[in-house]
Design a protein around this ligand. Structure first.
Ligand SMILES: CSC[C@H]1O[C@H](OP(=O)(O)O)[C@H](O)[C@@H]1O
Ligand SMILES: Nc1ncnc2[nH]cnc12
Length: 290
């Protein structure tokens, strides 16, 4: 049976995790450039784990400049099977309060200044992202969060904005009232799309820091308020992550939702028309089918 390897992408406030056995920071090179930082590898409860700080230690990369393709490639290259994305977010729902976690299951992608695919001229592929997150991995995140005593909401739509500025009041109201988004952040796209292209199970845990700017009693979003909440959220995020290995187990059955077979029928470019340079770059991401 295949072995589980959990990849955790830590967002704002979550730049390391503790308690890994044989923990070592490792530099990974990818055909898509350097990932956000070195990755922390180790084992917890007999399960291999890899941690990558999305913005780099010390928060170096802006949401637009995070090297999303290199990050996902690096995790895949290291043998990661399941990616848990942990992110700060604003909330559009009264009941999704600062300090709560939301297991996101849908996205609205409003980003526009990022590379969104590993594929392109010389190797064209179309994967489905109708269901962009993995329910099996979401189950584990939900259980882990509940066990850690976190107020967790299952299901929610994450509006991915370009940033780095926060939304205007008009945008905030539109996303909430007309578009039905539940939370807002700047990083889960194209991350989730790339994880699907790389045949990785992907779950997004959004940690609420604020009510964006729509809320009549909370005023506009303020970075100093966010930072105050972020620190507590990061501790809760670590508590959740530390429970995942025991819940997922070391032996891994194929994903019942097909995340790990997303490329089975996705590549359209005829073998004789494929660009050998691009095919070489896809060795980790799509090596299974190329
Ligand atoms: C902390 S303020 C905005 C910043 O926080 C979120 O980052 P991440 O998703 O990596 O946790 C948000 O997307 C912005 O990048
Ligand atoms: N209100 C907000 N908008 C976008 N990204 C965020 N990250 C945390 N809070 C946010």
């Amino acid at each position: 049976m295949a072995q589980t390897k959990i990849g955790v992408i830590g967002g704002s406030g979550l730049y390391e995790i503790e308690g890994l056995q044989d923990a070592v920071w490792v530099k990974v090179e990818t055909p898509w450039g350097a990932p956000s930082d070195e990755v922390l590898t180790g084992r917890l409860d007999g399960v291999e784990m890899v941690f990558l700080p999305r913005h780099g230690r010390g928060h170096v990369h802006s949401p637009t400049e995070v090297p999303y393709r290199a990050n996902i490639d690096a995790l895949k290259r290291l043998g990661v099977t399941d990616v848990v994305s942990v992110s700060a977010c604003g909330s559009f729902r009264e009941e999704m309060a600062p300090g709560d976690f939301v297991i996101v299951d849908q996205f609205i992608d409003r980003t526009f200044a990022r590379e969104k695919s590993f594929f392109g001229t010389g190797c064209v592929a179309h994967v489905s992202v109708a269901h962009p997150t993995c329910p099996r991995l979401g189950d584990a995140c939900e259980t882990a969060a509940r066990e850690a005593g976190i107020n967790v909401h299952r299901g929610g739509t994450y509006l991915a904005m370009e940033g780095p500025q926060f939304s205007t009041l008009a945008e905030s109201r539109m996303y909430r009232e007309a578009w039905g988004a539940d939370v807002i952040g700047m990083t889960n796209m194209p991350e989730a799309k790339l994880a699907r292209e790389a045949e990785l199970c992907y779950a997004s845990v959004a940690m609420v820091t604020d009510y964006d700017s729509w809320h009549p009693h909370h005023g506009e979003v303020d970075i100093s308020d966010i930072i105050a909440i972020l620190m507590g959220n990061a501790d809760k995020g670590r508590a959740m992550v530390s429970r995942l290995p025991a819940l997922l187990g070391a032996d891994r059955a194929p994903c019942p939702h097909g995340c790990d077979r997303a490329l089975d029928h996705a590549i359209l470019t005829a073998p004789e028309r494929r660009d050998p340079d691009l095919v070489a770059k896809l060795d980790a991401v799509a090596g299974r089918v190329l």
